[in-house]
Design a protein around this ligand. Structure first.
Ligand code: SAH
Length: 346
């Protein structure tokens, strides 16, 4: 049950210092508590051993320490691990650890469910229940970092916001979580190793640029033809390709960071030369590269991965136009951990 008391992890270090000052204690106490909560990651006030009993009781009276619990851990035969993560109010999100030869990537969720309506994505079938708090996003990363050390003997190297939800619809909390992930008081990771993936919310992409963020941006494009994109991603009626284009030009102008377009090629949907030409044209608006993603079927519905010849034609045409292109193989399909398969099935 959600508690009436405030989650102490929602407080900044300054707010904690203020709390102690107001209570007639030393502001420095706030730093100590902050360290317990974030660097040491404890879940109980009783564990704060350098804090007096009275102060701990005082904290107990005013706050709770919300934290996540890995409720279910599934391992794929390819080394991918999927966590079902239980939140303080009992809701569940999923996060994934993806090991390759050179990297260990955490794929984290930003919302419980999703408010967007991509026809090919399992998460879209769950309605959006709520946004995740900054500490709930941060904790997913910490859990995966620990699993990476435990099961693969190496630390986490990269983070992608490609789990459940649309990160730009939870802008403030996602950015606060990244602050924590990159700060020395959190995980001290470089923002260059973090990628935020969005379905394309033009206004918020501009805000990212204005906020001078240092992490990478990926956009799930899937079609560069407005009418087609509306069919597979109906929200694109409100967030048009024209607006998206303008926001991406703005992003590049302000950040000088190259954009990644994620793109699935489906049989009979976007596998024609006309589709490829539109993509090539779109890629010319701002420096970018294309990541062709394998389709992960979510049911026996209308979407089927295009054949190898169609993918090869995309690669050939993109390369001819000097647009970098990579092909991403699916990971963790046997445990429904691949892109677009996160839907709390268990
Ligand atoms: N809302 C964000 C992040 C979550 S989706 C976004 O749209 O980018 C992460 C990626 O998985 C997106 O590129 C999305 O288009 C892709 N995806 C969704 N369903 C998929 C599926 N069934 N197969 C392959 N990729 C899928």
């Amino acid at each position: 049950m959600a508690s009436e008391k405030k989650d102490i992890r929602a407080l900044s270090k300054q707010e904690l210092r203020d709390f102690f000052e107001r209570a007639g204690d030393k502001a420095f106490r706030g730093n100590q508590v902050y360290e317990w909560l974030w660097n040491k990651g404890i879940h109980s006030f009783a564990d704060m051993t350098n804090i007096s009993k009275e102060t701990r009781a005082q904290l107990e009276d005013n706050f709770v320490i919300n934290h996540i619990e890995v409720d279910n851990l599934q391992k794929s035969k390819d080394g991918t691990i999927k966590n079902a993560v239980k939140l303080f109010d009992g809701l569940i999100v999923e996060s994934v650890l993806i090991p390759t030869k050179t990297r260990t990537t955490a794929c984290v969720s930003s919302q419980v469910g999703c408010s967007l309506d991509c026809k090919f994505c399992a998460t879209a079938r769950l309605k959006r229940m709520r946004n995740l708090n900054p500490d709930e996003i941060y904790d997913q990363v910490v859990a995966i970092h620990k699993e990476s050390l435990l099961y693969h003997g190496r630390p986490l190297s990269n983070i992608v916001f490609m789990g459940m939800g649309e990160p730009l619809m939870n802008y403030k909390n996602v950015l606060l979580s990244i602050d924590k992930i990159t700060s020395d008081e959190g995980l001290g990771m470089s923002p260059k190793r973090i990628t935020l993936s969005t379905s394309g919310v033009p206004k918020m992409i501009k805000k990212l640029a204005d906020d001078q963020v240092k992490f990478n941006l990926a956009v799930s494009l899937h079609s560069a033809i407005q009418e087609k994109r509306e069919l597979i991603m109906p929200f694109a009626k409100s967030f048009t390709l024209d607006d998206l284009k303008e926001s991406l030009e703005y992003w590049y102008e302000k950040t000088k960071k190259i954009i990644t377009y994620e793109y699935v090629v489906w049989d009979g949907i976007n596998d024609s030369l006309e589709d490829i030409k539109a993509l090539v044209q779109f890629c010319k608006y701002a420096p970018s590269k294309v990541n062709l993603i394998e389709y992960n079927p979510i049911d026996d519905g209308d979407f089927r991965q295009a054949d190898a010849a169609a993918i090869d034609l995309y690669i050939e045409q993109l390369e001819k136009n000097r647009i970098p292109v990579t092909v991403r193989r699916s990971r963790g399909k046997d445990i429904d951990a691949a892109c677009g398969q996160l839907a709390n099935k268990h």
